[in-house]
Design a protein around this ligand. Structure first.
Ligand code: A2P
Length: 271
């Protein structure tokens, strides 16, 4: 939990984060983040669209831990695809957080959630212009994207010289999105893995369990360790403090042979 790696612009990011997607606003989010910080997590991932920014921020403020010891990520809603809209939404986010800066600010998705497939590339370019200015101002120490595929990243690259520092994607055993992951690694874009446990659906997979048993580890630990060894920053989510501890206890090494076996696992069951 205390290990870091450097983003392309030198900003240090803890190698394991705590995801807050689907943790309801209010006491649930407050208690979960409070527990995560007690357990030792120092990297908290939220989003405007999760609706829990204010509770997450209150837990961080009440923790007594210095703000600069905690890496905070939040996201521009996927629907916001204009320059002015992005600047406005950032102000709303900063009001909710009550912070003077975030560590990482991401475009939540290339397309508005309700209109997947539409061409929003020019909108992304507009939003990205705002993101770059926000970073310049120092109010976001790093900027990036989420759910971007290769074509989305290429479109962004053709409109701006500012390379995202991060692409946060859905990534787990059997769903490693090799094309976009390779693109990111080739372009110095750190990949963050959300839903590293396939939102829980991988936990009863017999093939994965057999491999985990070989290390005397749980399936959750094996999957989080796998994401780490695939050069991503995993963001597991749980509201249970014992599981938070379990998910952070991943100081072991999966062999090349077992990594290859895990690479070969098919995800048809979980799409
Ligand atoms: P809960 O919050 O009740 O602990 P993902 O990180 O892929 O989105 O997966 C999150 C899901 O996996 C949640 O349903 C969470 O449930 C469950 N989960 C997280 N960590 C563990 C664990 N160590 N053991 C069992 N279930 C877990």
């Amino acid at each position: 939990l205390t290990d870091h790696r450097a983003l392309a612009n030198g900003v240090e990011i803890p190698v394991l984060g705590f995801g807050t997607w689907q943790i309801p606003d209010g006491d649930d989010a407050y208690d979960a983040v409070t527990s995560a910080l007690e357990v030792g997590y120092r990297h908290i991932d939220t989003a405007r669209a999760y609706g829990n920014e204010a509770s997450v921020a209150r837990a961080i403020a009440d923790s007594g831990i210095a703000r600069d010891e905690i890496f905070v990520t939040t996201k521009l809603p996927a629907e916001v695809k204009s320059y002015d809209g992005a600047l406005r939404s950032f102000e709303t986010t900063m009001d909710a957080l009550g912070m003077d800066h975030v560590d990482l600010y991401l475009i939540h998705a290339p397309w508005p959630w309700n209109e997947q497939g539409a061409d929003y590339r020019s909108g992304n370019a507009e939003a990205w212009r705002a993101m770059a200015e926000i970073q310049q101002s120092g109010r976001a120490r790093a900027i990036g994207v989420s759910n971007f595929e290769v074509a989305d990243l290429e479109a962004l690259a053709s409109s701006s010289d500012v390379v995202p520092q991060v692409n946060q994607i859905r990534f787990f055993v059997g769903n490693t999105q090799d094309a976009v992951t390779r693109y990111c690694h080739d372009h110095g874009i750190l990949v963050e893995a959300y839903s590293p446990l396939a939102t829980g659906s991988i936990l009863d997979d017999e093939d994965v369990r057999a491999i985990a048993d070989g290390y005397d580890r749980t399936v959750a630990q094996l999957c989080i360790r796998y994401a780490l060894q695939k050069d991503t920053v995993p963001l597991p989510k749980t509201t249970n403090a014992d599981r938070m501890r379990e998910n952070a206890d991943i100081d072991f090494e999966i062999s090349d042979e077992d990594m290859a076996r895990l690479d070969g696992i098919d995800d048809d069951k979980r799409e």
